[in-house]
Design a protein around this ligand. Sequence first.
Ligand SMILES: Nc1ncnc2c1ncn2[C@@H]1O[C@H](COP(=O)(O)OP(=O)(O)OP(=O)(O)O)[C@@H](O)[C@H]1O
Ligand SMILES: [Mg+2]
Length: 257
Amino acid sequence: MSQDNVIEVEQLTTAFGSHVVHQGLDLNVRRGEILALVGGSGSGKTTLLNHILGLQQARAGVIRLFGQPVESYRGAQRLALTRRWGMLFQAGALFSALSVYDNVALPLRELDTLPESLIRDVVLMRLAWVGLQAEDALLRPSDLSGGMVKRVALARALSLDPELLFLDEPTAGLDPQRADEFVALIKALHAQLGFTVIMVTHDLDTIGALATRVAVLAEKRVLVEGTIEEVMQVQHPFITAFFHGLRGERALGARTA
Ligand SMILES: Nc1ncnc2c1ncn2[C@@H]1O[C@H](COP(=O)(O)OP(=O)(O)OP(=O)(O)O)[C@@H](O)[C@H]1O
Ligand SMILES: [Mg+2]
């Protein structure tokens, strides 16, 4: 495998019963990039993430994470692997009964090796990373605005300092200003920490501001992966509708000129 790929998907075929979702799908995710995964509703974006995370079994094909087939990680190796990635779920998925502090501390406590004093330092540092104050640590998820929920979820996803960050619709549900702030935050943290990002998003502003490459899911496979400019040159009904519609011209206009 190439040293530069953190994820390699080769000829993936997946299906639910007789419903084939992916057929002969190839995808490479390069170290340090921010890859946007786009595709119509039901095209299999979430299913693909689940396969990469090893949560679902493929019918055929290979998925390599850090050079090794995902199903070959077992036991302690699998546990170590899960610590190399962070996942930001669409709805934030914070535990409502836990404070902000305890939500961010959770992955650190699961390590079962860190003293509470160190956990405290890491939690406060992660909250600072995402622009939250120490006093926010005492709040419960129900006390938070939508933008703050995303920040706390991001702090938790980054708690173990992952190499790989999965974002599922990171700006969905945020108003335009909060969405812009969140995008700027991810961009700054990416520049500072150098992790690799795979994000599923429908939001062209987010793609335009953040993505270094785009992969388009259509016809059960990755139709094209490349820079926004490269992808926009491909003739396909989904690409025309998604990138060249009014919203596309508004968000990415400068790139089409
Ligand atoms: N557990 C499941 N059992 C049966 N079918 C499923 C299951 N999960 C997903 N599917 C089907 O697989 C296809 C791909 O679903 P998936 O959720 O991956 O799409 P998506 O690209 O993430 O869509 P969206 O943009 O709406 O989130 C859909 O047709 C969906 O109905
Ligand atoms: Mg989905």
